[in-house]
Write a new protein. Structure first.
Ligand SMILES: Nc1nc2c(c(=O)[nH]1)N[C@H]1C(S)=C(S)[C@@H](COP(=O)(O)O)O[C@H]1N2
Ligand SMILES: [Mo]
Length: 421
């Protein structure tokens, strides 16, 4: 078995041995055949017919998966209207986030928009100001692309030290979806951007009226005006009926409930790009317009919400990595706090500015572990430690924490958030 990186399964096992972390798997993980009430006793689902095809016109997960939900940290915000909840990363596999589990970040609650009454206006420094109905937009060519959206504040609570116990809370302000949308360039070209048109200001139709300044180069390069997520209409939480997709750039710029795009000759310096979404440095200066999300990764299993429950022996480590600058050709993992690093096995599709899945199979000898992952992106950039970040960003930052995360696993397999930098 060989993966994209040319490393074979045998190499991983050898790496495990070389690190002294584990012995080769000898037995099998399955139990020996014997009496088992799960087999010998009739279960109710075998003794009666089930519901028919019309019982569930829009499907929902099994009742046994009811714990797999977005969760909020109540003390983080004053109320749930201008707040955030988190994607349960530790319950997910592959690279696509299910629509009902995408974290939500609203500044004025969820707008419930009637698409028949929704309009998209393009005005400002254009030859012809235009207004599009949803029906008008459906006549433009569309594209399908997989992108992650990460809030710049993801992991912000971890800047000064380990705080929240679970990757859902430390890293769950991210989702990764297949978008169907119209390249923004087509709409801007229709209106005719004047030569002095250098910036756009997308505006949301929600009560918060979210606005951000985006350079025209990015608007023309790869932004989409999206109307579908994972094949179906955007959810109201994600901006139904229209949202701006700004690949690789911080989530705040992905304006939901998109109603207007103004073209201007300079940035607007609105709230979300001055008092918020800037990084206060040690000297009192602030970094501004830090749009791109740098390479980052996190181990989703084991993690505080997903402990090892099977005892020693064969174990699967699973995680995700992403970069706003390209793809993720490689992730390294350590199970001993950085003494030994091994190359993880990348698995699943690799798209530009999308989440990637990685695995590391190892034999757990039952001793405590310090788990870390380190992403490399296609530009050659390597995910830094938190101390490396603080060395040039100081201690006052919130946004753009892409530092290496550590989980401590004790002898019982329980995991907790710690920092080893
Ligand atoms: N109109 C509007 N767009 C918005 C917001 C908002 O409050 N209103 N929140 C922004 C922020 S800060 C983020 S991180 C993303 C969150 O997208 P999601 O709710 O799909 O996760 O939407 C952005 N777009
Ligand atoms: Mo955000």
């Amino acid at each position: 078995m060989t993966d994209r990186n040319g490393a074979s399964r045998r190499d991983f096992l050898r790496a495990g041995l070389a690190g002294g972390a584990a012995a080769l798997a000898t037995g099998t993980v399955a139990r020996a055949a014997g009496p088992d009430p799960a087999i010998t006793e009739q279960q109710p689902w075998r003794t009666m017919l089930g519901e028919g095809v019309d019982a569930r016109p829009y499907g929902a997960p099994s009742q046994y998966e009811a714990h797999v939900v977005r969760r909020n940290v109540e003390w983080l915000t004053a109320d749930p209207i201008s707040s955030v909840n988190f994607t349960p990363l530790h319950e997910l596999e592959g690279i696509i986030t299910p629509n009902g589990l995408c974290f939500e970040r609203h500044h004025g609650g969820i707008a419930e928009i009637d698409p028949a009454k929704h309009r998209l206006m393009i005005n400002g420094l254009v030859d012809t100001p235009l207004v599009f109905t949803m029906a008008d937009l459906m006549r433009f060519p569309r594209e399908n692309r997989v992108y992650f959206l990460e809030c710049a504040a993801n992991s912000g609570m971890e800047w000064r030290g380990a705080q929240l116990n679970g990757c859902q809370y430390t890293h769950g302000m991210i989702h990764n979806l297949v978008y169907t949308g119209i390249p923004l360039k087509y709409l801007l070209d229709e209106a005719g951007v004047r030569t002095n048109g250098k910036w756009i200001l997308p505006e949301g139709g929600d009560a918060a009226g979210m606005t951000r300044s985006i350079p025209i180069e990015k608007a023309m390069e790869d932004c989409l005006v999206a109307f579908k997520m994972n094949g179906e209409a955007l959810r109201p939480e994600q901006g139904y009926p229209l949202r701006l997709v700004v690949p690789g750039w911080e989530g705040n710029m992905w304006v939901k409930w998109l109603r207007r795009i103004e073209v201007g000759d300079e940035p607007w310096h609105h709230r979300e790009e001055t008092s918020k979404y800037t990084d206060l440095l040690a000297g009192g200066k602030a970094r501004r317009f830090t749009w791109v999300m740098d390479a980052k990764s996190v181990i989703t299993n084991p993690s505080p919400q997903a402990p090892i429950t099977h005892g020693r022996g064969p174990a699967v480590l699973s995680g995700v990595a992403w970069s706003g600058r390209g793809t993720i050709p490689r992730v390294d993992v350590t199970i001993d706090g950085g003494k030994n690093w091994y190359q993880a096995r990348m698995d699943g599709p690799s798209f530009d500015k999308s989440m990637h899945r990685f695995y590391f199979e190892f034999d757990w000898d039952g001793s405590p572990l310090l788990l870390q992952s380190r992403a490399h992106d296609s530009t050659g950039y390597v995910q830094p430690t938190k101390d490396e970040l603080r060395a040039f960003r100081g201690y006052e930052s919130i946004y753009h924490n892409n530092g290496i995360q550590t989980w401590y696993v004790n002898e019982k397999g329980e995991a907790e958030n710690v920092e080893v930098s």
